[in-house]
Design a binder for this molecule. Sequence first.
Ligand code: ACK
Length: 323
Amino acid sequence: NIITAIGGFSNNSVPDNWEINPNRLIIKSVIGEGAFGLVKKGYHLDSNDDKVEVAIKMMKDHPTMEELKQFYQEIDIMKSVPKHPHLVCLVACVTRGSPLIVVEYCSKGDLQSYLRRAWDKLMKLKNEESFILSMNSQYVSNALYDFSQNDMTDIPQPKELLSFARQIVIGMEYLASLKLIHRDLAARNILLCEDNTVKISDFGLSRDVYYDNVYRKVTGGKVPIRWMALECMTQQVYTTQSDVWAFGILLWEIVTMGSTPYPGIQTQELLPLLKSGFRMERPINCSEELYAIMCKCWKASPLDRPTFSELRVTFDILLEKVS
Ligand code: ACK
């Protein structure tokens, strides 16, 4: 843990149970592009020679030392996190030659694309006039439709959207209990499985906060401004409570079916606006109750925000109301 915290990496570590021979992998088509290179679908031949569907994260050609270091660090963090139903867990890795990270396969891809596809499908139905707009959906915005007459495959119902939020909270509560800060919690980093279980991905890029529960970002790199808490922008300080802020934004993404946060606002305008107390308004038809949760996540002072444990209780109660 301490070695991870000070940025060590383990490409020369002794082989462990995670290490596999690459010939145990059948690598198929590209499914996306991750932080360090392509992500491909494939199969892992397990100890019984059974084929298990997996996603394989590859390193791009000619990586820099820093990228290699981060890739190995991601492997180390993933190894250290015990399997959890709401985290995309490690299946195996290859650390010799071209390194590979083999993780569970989530067939429906990332939540942002899933929500946007569902929204597009809804809009099409609306145009076909078989769509009934109801302006008073009680719990979640924009999920405004009559379920009865249409093909609603892969269009989440309001209750399902709330369930996504609850599952994410449970995964985050677990990460927080391991003293890991995600730092890039967003719908694009949530993956959906065939049975609509959602899983948090890319937590291997998170930071271990073994020392004081605070991670200070020192080097540059791309930052997810629209998901960042005030203190991340002003002091580069990341904590579990800044993950809570990002969760509030993620909730907004869910409610708006995958919209980009702070519509109409340029990223450079964001910091002064947030400092002056500005926050996103309640999306149309988002319940007051859900909006109040978002607003609490966006409190200027991290300690005024709910914890993930508190959020879990809140979502349990909310979901009970709709069942
Ligand atoms: O929407 P997507 O297909 O889902 O595009 C992104 C892309 O790779 C970059 O992250 C996909 N992806 C990443 N990890 C997995 C996984 N474990 N299962 C399925 N798809 C994945 C992701």
